[in-house]
Design a protein around this ligand. Structure first.
Ligand SMILES: [Zn+2]
Length: 311
């Protein structure tokens, strides 16, 4: 099983339906497990998806409309009950702090797992060794942040080139540390025996009208999760309530150079969700129509960019 994958916990806008839970997503990214927008019922959906709450490392809330946050009280208490190691980072738009505090204190419990509460504004970033998490303000009726995860590019040694230059043993370590070595009077640089592989990128775009930030979040992303509340026939409603249509989500993915698009957050007014995929497919090929409890892989890494200057 891939170490980087998204599990859909819920995919319905506004209210749960018979087929779809309130919003909720779990991104597994190596050792991290990040929950996005825990709607009502998230705790049970985790159970049904076979995911353990105690492994959650971060929670990101785009905004405080109920379908994006009403699962927080249960989820926070579950972290405590399961003795999650923590600290669990919780990120949300700074203007939503009173709502967060209300939800956190919605019922009596003993708070053992430490939460690192991180109220954020547009452009905030949290750089880490594995990836940088960043936020951009989206265009919705209340303050809303979209999220982006970006892994730094990595250099990989190429065994055939090392062999070609006759490099083996401790000298390879020296080359990695110093960037250059001299062997038998010949100068060899790290660029000659390696290539740079781009890091992977993930974007989470929820509840917004079409805006520049949505395109910026999705730029060159391997996996984009994007709301598609409406179909094009109801574009007027989308504009009025500051949501996206499936076609607009497809446009964002295409123009941003993304690789895979997960459509979700569907209005229950439409009986046939297949139409969402059809509309997005007008602009973009790799479209996944979210279904609850489905797991979507982050596509494999992009091809490497050779960095050897000369051979
Ligand atoms: Zn909303």
């Amino acid at each position: 099983m891939s170490q980087r994958e998204l599990t859909i916990l819920g995919s319905s806008a506004q209210t749960p339906t018979r087929e779809r839970n309130h919003n909720g997503y779990l991104l597994r990214w190596d050792r991290e497990q990040i929950v996005f927008d825990p709607g009502e019922g998230t705790q049970r959906q985790l159970l049904l998806a076979g995911r353990s709450a105690s492994k959650i490392t971060r929670i990101c809330v785009t905004h405080f409309h109920g379908d994006h946050c009403l699962g927080l009280p249960g989820l926070i208490q579950r972290l405590n009950l399961d003795r999650a190691k923590g600290p669990v980072h919780v990120y949300f738009p700074v203007e939503g702090t009173p709502y967060f505090e209300n939800l956190r204190g919605a019922a009596a419990f003993h708070e053992g797992t430490s939460l690192k509460v991180v109220p954020w504004a547009d452009g905030a970033t949290d750089p880490g060794p594995a990836f940088t998490l960043s936020a951009r303000t989206l265009q919705h009726r209340i303050p809303t942040l979209g999220w982006r995860i970006e892994e730094p590019p990595r250099r990989h040694l190429l065994p055939d080139r090392l062999a070609e230059f006759g490099l083996e043993g401790p000298v390879v370590g020296n080359l990695q540390r110093e960037g250059v070595v001299e062997v038998h009077g010949r100068r060899i640089t790290i660029e000659q025996v390696s290539e740079t592989r781009p890091g992977q990128r993930f974007a989470f775009i929820m509840d917004t009208a079409l805006c520049d930030a949505a395109f910026e979040l999705a730029a060159d992303a391997d996996l984009v999760v994007c709301e598609a509340t409406y179909l094009t026939g109801d574009e007027g409603l989308a504009r009025r309530y500051q949501h996206l249509t499936a076609a607009q989500a497809g446009r964002i993915a295409a123009e941003a150079g993304a690789r895979r698009l997960v459509l979700t957050h569907f209005s229950q007014r439409y009986p046939d969700p297949g139409q969402f995929a059809a509309e997005a497919n007008e602009f973009f090929d790799d479209v996944v129509l979210a279904q609850d409890l489905q797991t979507v892989a982050v596509p494999p890494r992009r091809n490497a960019t050779p960095s050897g200057a000369s051979r």
